[in-house]
Design a protein around this ligand. Sequence first.
Ligand code: BDR
Ligand code: CA
Length: 317
Amino acid sequence: MTERIPLVIDTDPGIDDALAVLLALASPEVDLRLVTTVHGNVELEQVTENALRVLHLAGRSDVPVAVGARASLIHPQPERAGHVHGAAGLGGVELPPSPAGVDPRPAVTALAELLTASPTPVTVAAIGPLTNIALLLAVHPEAAARIGRLVVMGGSAGRGGNVTAAAEFNIWSDPEAAQAVFGAGLPTVMVGLDVTLPTVLTTDGIDRFAAAGPVGRTAAAILQQYVDHAKDVYGTPGVVVHDALALTEAIAPGTLGTVRRDVVVDTTLGAGRGQTLVDRRSVSASATAVEVAETVDPASAVEFLVQRLCLLDGARA
Ligand code: BDR
Ligand code: CA
């Protein structure tokens, strides 16, 4: 087998974040070296506790968790997503506490040290607001330049927003940070609503990993709040696990069809705030262009997720 890709997940768990972390732990292609937490779906203390507990659920409390930004860079964004993810972020499921505490280093320091020390390029999957990555760029630009791939769940090229008419939640939560990151010239893949919304995990798939064993059963319990929310709000029989699709692209590069595009984030304070303005008129040759995910095979992406989650309980799907 080829060498495992060192991986960092920057996250705000979050139901789909929890699934994404579990997917990474189930995937032999990657070696999860660090989890960094960021404000987002719920408050920072809670997402950090959730990250520790999700790792413990999978028997991986050895993976360090470093605490990141408590708030967005410039304009306070107090609105959270507890109505989607549950007040404590994991769909009302209380996971057993982890024996591990948090890493003593701030997230950007832990990330910079890992990037600098790694002999092989590190993939960073950013599945929350981009505040930590923007801070890394500002404080440790030489370490940020060593990122092998930055896979971002966020934005939308042509599907509008999910939190406002214009904006997707992660970008809307810190548009200034997102603009700094998308404009930095890092090897970035934007996994936005264009590819996540069509990728629906149905209750059939959830039932398969729920039957595999205790970890799958707990993952299914965490998802139940998402299932109920999707049924109530959208009338759909399945869930969109945005962050897990971004992790799939991080684990298996090329899963999604991408095109190099110029992307600008709307940082005005009007109705368009947080919109990702993706120039789809042409393929960009600019050094700061972003690989925008535009196509997905939803059935195979969902199958990949279900099979991998079954593996956490040692079962073959
Ligand atoms: C994104 O917003 C959050 O609520 C999810 O965890 C995901 O990262 C989807 O818009
Ligand atoms: Ca998230």
